[in-house]
Design a protein around this ligand. Structure first.
Ligand code: ADP
Length: 220
């Protein structure tokens, strides 16, 4: 564990979610210790992730021997085995890991994880389902919603906004949303101003209250 700096991340459970998290962290340049109780999975991933150990994460002593208490962050990516997920969060919490993230399969699972010491609970299936719903029903190309009912979307420019500048089309006054960026095909995104011309086929990055952003993105 001396190989790890103070900002390392331990990822527990090498299923689909855990391996996606671990690989992305490695790509972003973080030190990652990945852990799974399955010898097969540990072997499968040992050449793609730098540090992979076979261990039962529900045992606090085992985690301590691996130096997990020195990690700044932990991600518990165990889903199906709810008992193992809860016990792992509890063990990490007992070791004093300052930033514990855990995946939950249901709201009740999530509530238990929060009570057990998880600082952040994520619901990958529910979150992705909600996202896909936004993407399939509108013509949003990408969608991010923040906690406070505020969203940013990438969408194609509606006919009423094309062939004129943003101040001429009056998007903010009419629709209550702000165009933040504009992208012409084959060009980079540029920050939008009052005088930015919007043409047919342009992509817009639009922010505002979720409902208004959704309505704007649905315009043809
Ligand atoms: P996904 O849906 O993302 O594939 P799973 O819940 O199916 O997630 O996978 C979780 C992983 O966590 C499995 O590879 C399993 O071996 C591992 N796991 C489950 N319990 C423990 C445990 N006590 N210690 C370490 N790893 C565990």
């Amino acid at each position: 564990n001396t190989a790890f700096t103070g900002d390392g991340v331990v990822v527990i459970g090498l299923g689909r979610f855990g391996t996606a998290v671990a690989q992305s962290l490695v790509h972003l340049g973080h030190d990652v210790l990945a852990m799974d109780e399955s010898a097969q999975l540990v072997q499968d991933w040992s050449h793609r992730l730098t540090h992979v150990v076979e261990a039962d994460s529900t045992n606090a002593d085992t985690l301590r021997k691996l130096g997990v208490q020195d990690f700044a962050h932990a991600v518990v990516a165990i889903g199906t085995d709810i008992e193992a997920s809860v016990l792992t969060v509890l063990a990490l919490s007992e070791l004093g890991v300052p930033d514990i993230w855990a995946k939950a399969l249901s709201p009740n699972h999530g509530r238990i994880l929060e009570r057990t010491g998880a600082h952040h609970v994520v619901y990958p299936e529910a979150a992705m389902g909600e996202r896909v719903a936004h993407l399939v029903t509108g013509k949003m190309i990408d969608f991010i919603e923040f906690d406070d009912g505020f969203a940013i979307v990438k969408t194609t420019a509606p006919a009423e906004a094309t062939g004129k500048t943003l101040s001429e089309s009056g998007v903010r006054t009419k629709h209550g949303v702000t165009v933040v960026g504009v992208k012409r095909p084959h060009q980079d995104f540029t920050y939008a101003t009052q005088d930015t011309m919007v043409e047919r086929g342009d992509l817009l990055i639009v922010s505002g209250p979720t409902a208004m952003v959704e309505k704007f993105a649905a315009l043809k």
